[in-house]
Design a protein around this ligand. Structure first.
Ligand code: IPM
Ligand code: MN
Length: 356
């Protein structure tokens, strides 16, 4: 049994964030008592409400404070009364960048074939992980306007790809393929036929790093083809590595083939620092306060958090509990259609863990 104790920063955030985080923390309580580790949580109220009330988004001091935690657990960022971009860039992206969480790890796993929109696909057919670069690419904010607001306006938005940034991401993805018990295959997803600078660097680096992992099969697919194969033959994928923008896009498609946003979790990982875990679906303002949103994505994210801090057995319990609830309990993964409320789904997961 683990004797460890963890400090976890919790940022419930906007919209349904607080509702799903509550269920994640319920799960944490259950699994910690089962596994015998201790934890302490500290709440941070960053998000739209705080911004509208006080004008501050994310104080510099908070970044320093957050570096002292073992992990960060995040609900959702995005508020209907705040112009798009302010909170996303000011909180979510800033944390990813300043904490150098250079990996965005997004498993695409189907727990119940009834919830897969693809015809004739079984659970074992949808089981791969996307390793998305998380600190560079089009997300850097490099670019600007010229003659803004005139007919001669020019806007430039550049994709920044550094050798170091690409290399560390690809290396992480190879390690991921090593650990994952499937076909030991890593697919680079790019666009080498058009983005002949950015993905030239990616491709050369991919082949260079591959020499350190002779047991891993390498593969390449353009991003458009990747989307096609994800729908037609998702079973072909084991681990996919890609840049920030493509990773953002293909993981929304990934979320759909695993049953929807209600189940899709992700980790913003700094393997040498503090990592942050979140459901990838956003704040879902329409469902806020209704106790109807699906908390399983947030609960799965909590499972990923436990894996990252070293509680592998606890992580497995959380994953198995989620799998059981998806397989045997809920009627749908969509908000309001689960046959249970948000808190009831959290109760089912907690009970499954306690009985296990
Ligand atoms: C995600 C989200 C974010 C992203 C937004 C909210 C900035 O879509 O985590 O996938 O683009 O990375
Ligand atoms: Mn996204």
């Amino acid at each position: 049994m683990s004797k460890k104790s963890y400090r976890i920063a919790v940022i419930p955030g906007d919209g349904t964030g607080p509702e799903v985080v509550r269920e994640g923390l319920k799960t944490l309580e259950a699994v910690s008592s089962k596994e015998g580790f201790k934890y302490e949580t500290v709440n941070y109220d960053f998000g739209g409400d705080r911004y509208l009330k006080t004008g501050d988004i994310l104080p510099d001091s908070a970044i320093e404070e957050l570096k002292n935690f073992d992990a960060i657990y995040l609900g959702a960022i995005g508020h209907p009364q705040v112009k798009p971009g302010i909170l996303e860039k000011g909180i979510l992206l800033r944390l990813r960048f300043e904490l150098d969480q250079y990996i965005n790890l997004r498993p695409v796993v189907l727990y119940n074939r009834d919830f897969c929109p693809l015809k004739d696909k079984r659970e074992e057919d949808v089981d791969f992980v996307v390793v998305r670069e998380n600190t560079e690419g089009l997300y850097c904010g490099s670019g600007g306007f010229l003659r803004k607001g005139t007919e001669y306006e020019v806007s430039v938005q550049e994709s920044i790809n550094s050798y170091k940034g690409v290399e560390r991401c690809i290396r992480y993805a190879f390690r991921c393929a090593q650990k994952k018990n499937k076909t030991k295959q890593l697919t680079l997803c790019g666009k080498t036929n058009v983005l002949t600078f950015a993905f030239d660097l990616w491709e050369r680096t991919f082949h260079k790093v591959a020499r350190d992992f002779p047991e891993i099969k390498t593969d390449y697919a353009h991003v458009d083809a990747t989307c096609m194969w994800m729908v037609k033959n998702p079973e072909w994928f084991d681990v996919i590595v890609t840049d920030n923008m493509f990773g953002d896009i293909i993981t929304d498609l990934g979320a759909m083939i695993q049953g929807g946003m209600g189940i899709a979790a992700g980790g913003n990982i700094n393997p040498e620092g503090v990592s942050m875990f979140e459901p990838i679906g956003g704040s879902a303002p329409k469902y806020t306060g209704k106790n109807s949103i699906n908390p399983l994505a947030a609960i799965s994210a909590l499972g990923m958090l436990l894996e990252e801090v070293g509680e592998a057995s606890a992580a497995r319990r959380v994953e198995e509990a989620c799998r059981d609830v998806v397989k045997n309990k809920v009627k749908s993964l969509g908000a309001g259609r689960m046959g249970y409320s948000t808190s009831e789904v959290g109760d089912l997961v907690a009970k499954n863990i306690m009985d296990g």
